[in-house]
Design a protein around this ligand. Sequence first.
Ligand SMILES: Cc1cc2nc3c(=O)[nH]c(=O)nc-3n(C[C@H](O)[C@H](O)[C@H](O)COP(=O)(O)OP(=O)(O)OC[C@H]3O[C@@H](n4cnc5c(N)ncnc54)[C@H](O)[C@@H]3O)c2cc1C
Length: 365
Amino acid sequence: MVFLIKVAIMGAGLSGLACAITLEQNGIIPTIFEKREVVGDRFVNLEIFLSILTKPVTDVISFFTENYGIIIHPVSNIKNLHIYSENEKSKIQGNLGFISLRGRDSDSLENQFSRQLKSKIIFNSKHTYEELLQEYTHVIIATGDAAYTSKIQVFNESLTVSLRGATIEGDFDKYSVCAWLNNKLAPKGYGYLIPLSEKEAQIVIGYPDYNGIKNINEDQLWENFYKEVCTSLEQDLRITDQFKVKNYIIGLCNTPRIGNTFFVGNCFGSVMPFLGFGQFASILTGIYAALDICGKGNYEQLTHKLRESYKNSLALRRGIELLDNKKLDLFVSGLEGKLGERLFNSKYDFLRIGGAILRPITKTK
Ligand SMILES: Cc1cc2nc3c(=O)[nH]c(=O)nc-3n(C[C@H](O)[C@H](O)[C@H](O)COP(=O)(O)OP(=O)(O)OC[C@H]3O[C@@H](n4cnc5c(N)ncnc54)[C@H](O)[C@@H]3O)c2cc1C
């Protein structure tokens, strides 16, 4: 039977645009509905793909190009990872991943993706899901906001996170990323620094909004983190711009597809709870939804591994939350040298192995 496929994509972010590119490659031109004025119309931030968390894929850039014809130009690759705890530090070297730019910048990933498309993007869209459902044969929910998913189906929230970040000026190695695992700076969370260039970087702290943590003095926490970054880097860093994200939802949708509606990106549950990374799974879910619509795969089956990764990642999160600063010191000092390098550069799936060990201990189903 021949019928006309009409696809609406709600959201011109990573997952929605990856979906559109894949549909176009297969001869379907979707219509994209974007709430904002332009693609990537939000604060500019730096994000990373860390290869230890995307195994067996070690190089996401070549993976997306060679398997799905999606081109990503990263800001740079990551050669060094410096990890600081309260009293210890370690340095890990290798091909550790990539830095990407997001948001309101012409080189952001979302802008790179939109340039790979012919499809029409309707900006300032106020169309609701219900309206699109009436007009289109297939609807892709790609709003980057799990709260939208929970209007349509059950979204199993694991935690919400507060994030605060700043752009800083100083001297940086553009291939080196830093992370701080210290409950005094980011309770049960972590802080990080990602360089944009040799002169500019971004620092961020992120921590879960658990009871007890909710009562902390956020400004004091931020001040302490900023001072610690200056101390660790032995520099007086100048803040040029700041952002805050509240109630960032991390969870997993109950079902990836209802009828001809597909939930992709954060609406699927792409943000992995361990460190809050979601770019890899967001792009993949967009691609997988398109492949299903084109008759080249089954979305539920294709996303099964990502759901398992989510659960493994949640077990790792529950595991790391058990560590006080003394244990974090031990963990960080243990990563120094060959052990850390072997762990980060091995072909083994860290999430799967870590999840297998920690899921029973942390009672993560
Ligand atoms: C501060 C921060 C740091 C992060 N760091 C990392 C990192 O280092 N590594 C990593 O892998 N991940 C990171 N993530 C997570 C990653 O950014 C997300 O998982 C990913 O961007 C989600 O892609 P998406 O397509 O679901 O949503 P997005 O890329 O956010 O796109 C959603 C789009 O939908 C639009 N929209 C919203 N509502 C509507 C509507 N009603 N109608 C139409 N359009 C709508 C939005 O305007 C937006 O354009 C970070 C997230 C944050 C907030």
